[in-house]
Design a protein around this ligand. Structure first.
Ligand code: ZN
Length: 69
């Protein structure tokens, strides 16, 4: 096992949207756990969730650097 430090808030290709299974670019951390969303579903849900989220990791900026499926 590598002991290199991994930035825990960095979303990778293995993180999938809880709503549709596409690659996730936003993680919403709640009291009860965390939710992952693709850019599309983040746009739909962030307004509501931001009121109760403890932390939001938003990497949607990366969407513009990659082709969107
Ligand atoms: Zn989605």
């Amino acid at each position: 096992m590598s002991t290199s430090v991994v930035e825990p808030t960095q979303l990778t290709a293995t993180d999938r949207c809880d709503a549709c299974g596409a690659r996730a670019y936003v993680r919403v951390e709640l009291e009860s756990g965390s939710l992952l969303f693709c850019g599309h579903h983040a746009n739909q849900h962030l307004d509501k969730l931001s009121a109760t989220a403890k932390n939001i990791v938003d990497e949607r900026a990366q969407l513009t650097a990659e082709s969107v499926n």
